[in-house]
Write a protein that binds this ligand. Structure first.
Ligand code: ASN
Length: 536
C-alpha cells in the first residue's frame, strides 16, 4: 500500500486491501468506482488495489512506438483526471486514444517511482467497454472552447472541465441550501409550478397552455355549439351533422373568449393558469401555519431580457419566517449567504481553484471575505445620497440617479464594488417601485423591503417584511390597479390569524455567478432558457 496518511473514502475503506477484490461501484457489479483521484492525496492511499474505472478520455496518445497508450480519463467526480496505461496486447489502442471516447477498464493502481512528479496511475489488464468517438466530427475537441460556443452544444458541454465543475458547484450549493435551512428548523415546502396567482403583479408570466389534438378540437367545437333541436335538424337536413351531434362530449365546456372562440389555454384548469414567477405567496400559506419554511424550485419570467443576468427559467430559494420582521429577514439572508460561501470553501475547493484559474482570480478570496465580513446595511435613501455624491464627484451612470428610481445594475455594482467593497443590504425602498405585498412603513412613502447587493452580480437577494394588516394590503392591491378577486385567498391569511412575517428570494444562478466569477448566467444552469432559445 502507498501513503496511508489520508484514509480512503468510507465506501472504499472496507475493500481497500492489497490483492483484495476489485473496487467497484457501491450498487453495481458492472459500474466503475468513482472519485479515485478526488482525494487530498490524489488517490495515493489506494495504490495496490484493483479497481474498475470508467469515464471519458480527455487526452490520449500512443507511446513507446505503439506498445502502450497513455490516457487521461475523467468521470466527472472532480476536476482531476485518472491516468490510465493500456498495453497494446490488451486492446486496439487507436480507438482508445481519441478525445471523447468512453472507456470502462480494470487494473491495478500503482504509484510511480519515488522522486518522480507523476501521479498515481492505473495499469489496465482488462478493457470492458469502449464507446468510440469519430474525431473528425466530435464537436468538443481537447482545445479550450469558449462558453459561447459550448452553448450551441448543450448536450455535450457537461463533458468539459468548466461545465462539470459548475455542475458540482451547483450541486454543492443546493446541498448547502437544504443543510442550512434544515439545521435551522425550516420545513421544505413544494410550491406549485403551475399557478393562477401573479406574485409580483408584473404580468411577466408564461401562460400554461394545453396541446390538444384535432379530434379533441372537434369535440370542443361541438360542445361550444349546443346540439340542435329536432326542428333544427329538420331545417338543416344535415345527416353528417346529425352524426357528429350525437357524439358524447368528453370534455367539460371550455370558456369562450369574447370573440366566441374557445381559449384552449384556459380550458384545462377552467381558468387561466401560468408558470410561477415566485413561490412566495404559496409558501406564505405554510409560514402562516408552520412558522419557518422554505421553497426551492424553478421559476419563470416572460421578460424579453437579453442580459447576462436574466433567464426565462431560473431557480429560486425562498424562505419565509412567521413572527419575524425585516431585521430578522436580513439576519437570516446574511447568514445563509455566508454559509454557502463557507460550504464551497470546505467542499469544493478544487473546483473553485479551477474557476480561479480559468475565470476569476479573485473568486476564492471573495468567498473568504464574504463568509467572514459583516455586510453593510444602508437605507435606500442613503444609497441614493451616496450615488448622487458620486455623480457630483464626476461619476457617470447611464441611468439618472434620483430618489424614487429602481436602482440599476450599474448603481448596485458601484455601491458594492467601488464604495463598500463587500455585500451591501439596501432596505426601505420607495413603495412605488416595489410589490403590493411589502409592508408599508410609518412614513407611508417606503416599504420594508431589502435587497442584498454583491460585487460582480448586483442584486442577489430580494426580500421584505410582508404586509400583515388586512385593510392596508387590500388598499395596496387596489392602489396598484390589481384585481382583488385572485388574491382573496391571500387576504384570508390576514383575515384569519394574521401574523408579522417576512421572507426573501435568492436567485440561485446568481449565487453561482457570484461564487465562480463566470460572466454569463446561461453558463451556470444546465439547460438555459432565454428569448429565442430552449434547446433539448
Ligand atoms: N420570496 C421572495 O421574497 C421573492 C420575491 N417574491 C421575488 O420574486 O422577488
Amino acid at each position: 500500500m502507498g501513503d496511508q496518511a489520508t484514509p480512503p473514502a468510507p465506501e472504499l475503506a472496507a475493500m481497500a486491501i492489497n490483492d483484495g477484490p476489485c473496487l467497484k461501484h457501491p450498487f453495481s457489479d458492472r459500474a466503475p468506482v468513482r472519485s479515485i483521484v478526488c482525494r487530498p492525496d490524489g488517490g495515493a492511499a489506494l495504490a495496490g488495489n484493483r479497481v474498475r474505472a470508467g469515464g471519458w478520455v480527455k487526452t490520449g496518445r500512443e507511446q513507446g512506438k505503439g506498445s502502450f497508450a497513455f490516457l487521461e480519463v475523467n468521470d466527472g467526480s472532480c476536476p482531476a483526471n485518472l491516468q490510465v496505461i493500456v498495453d497494446a496486447g490488451v486492446a486496439d489502442l487507436s480507438t482508445l486514444v481519441q478525445t471523447g471516447t468512453c472507456v470502462l477498464v480494470e487494473g491495478l493502481l500503482k504509484m510511480p517511482p519515488e522522486g518522480t512528479k507523476q501521479k498515481i496511475e492505473l495499469r489496465v489488464d482488462k478493457v470492458l467497454h469502449v464507446g468510440p468517438t469519430d474525431p473528425a466530427s466530435y464537436p468538443i475537441p481537447k482545445t479550450k472552447l469558449s462558453l459561447e460556443f459550448l452553448r450551441d452544444h448543450i448536450h455535450l458541454r457537461p463533458r468539459t472541465n468548466t461545465i462539470s465543475a459548475v455542475a458540482r458547484i451547483r450541486n454543492a450549493l443546493a446541498f448547502a441550501t437544504h443543510s442550512f435551512f434544515q439545521e435551522h428548523g425550516f420545513l421544505y415546502v413544494h410550491t406549485p409550478i403551475i399557478t393562477t396567482s401573479d406574485c409580483e403583479g408584473a404580468g411577466e408570466m408564461f401562460q400554461a397552455t394545453t396541446l390538444i389534438s384535432e379530434a379533441e378540437k372537434l369535440d370542443k367545437e361541438l360542445i361550444m355549439n349546443p346540439p340542435p333541436t329536432e326542428a333544427d335538424i329538420e331545417a338543416a337536413k344535415c345527416t353528417v351533422g346529425e352524426k357528429r351531434w350525437r357524439k358524447e362530449p368528453k370534455l367539460k365546456p371550455g370558456i369562450p373568449k369574447k370573440d366566441g372562440k374557445i381559449d384552449y389555454g384556459q380550458d384545462f384548469f377552467g381558468r387561466q393558469a401560468f408558470l410561477t414567477v415566485s413561490g412566495q405567496l404559496q409558501v406564505e400559506t405554510y409560514a402562516c401555519a408552520v412558522s419557518s419554511v422554505y421553497t426551492f424550485g424553478p421559476t419563470f419570467r416572460a421578460e424579453h431580457s437579453h442580459t447576462s443576468r436574466h433567464l426565462a427559467e431560473f431557480w429560486m430559494v425562498e424562505p419565509e419566517i412567521a413572527f419575524a420582521d425585516l431585521q430578522d429577514d436580513m439576519n437570516c439572508a446574511e447568514a445563509y449567504v455566508k454559509y454557502m460561501c463557507q460550504w464551497l470553501l470546505n467542499k469544493c475547493f478544487d473546483d473553485m481553484e479551477l474557476m480561479a484559474k480559468l475565470y476569476d482570480k479573485g473568486c476564492i478570496d471573495r468567498l473568504r471575505m464574504v463568509s467572514s465580513t459583516p455586510f453593510e446595511r444602508i437605507t435606500y435613501t442613503e444609497a441614493v445620497q451616496l450615488l448622487e455624491e458620486a455623480v457630483r464627484g464626476g461619476k457617470e451612470f447611464e441611468k439618472n440617479v434620483e430618489w424614487g428610481i429602481d436602482l440599476a445594475s450599474e448603481h448596485e455594482r458601484y455601491l458594492t464594488e467601488d464604495i463598500f467593497k463587500k455585500p451591501v443590504i439596501v432596505y426601505n425602498y420607495p413603495k412605488g417601485i416595489k410589490a403590493f405585498y411589502m409592508r408599508l412603513n410609518d412614513d407611508s412613502k417606503t416599504v420594508a423591503a431589502m435587497d442584498i447587493l454583491v460585487p460582480k452580480v448586483g442584486e442577489l437577494i430580494g426580500g421584505s417584511q410582508r404586509e400583515e394588516r388586512y385593510e392596508v394590503i387590500q388598499q395596496r392591491i387596489a392602489e396598484m390597479g390589481l384585481p382583488l378577486e385572485p388574491y382573496e385567498w391571500y387576504l384570508d391569511l390576514r383575515r384569519y390569524g394574521t401574523v408579522k412575517h417576512c421572507g426573501f428570494g435568492l436567485g440561485f444562478e446568481r449565487m453561482i455567478l457570484f461564487a465562480t466569477g463566470i460572466d454569463n448566467i446561461r453558463d451556470v444552469i444546465p439547460f438555459p432558457r432565454y428569448p429565442g432559445r430552449a434547446d433539448l
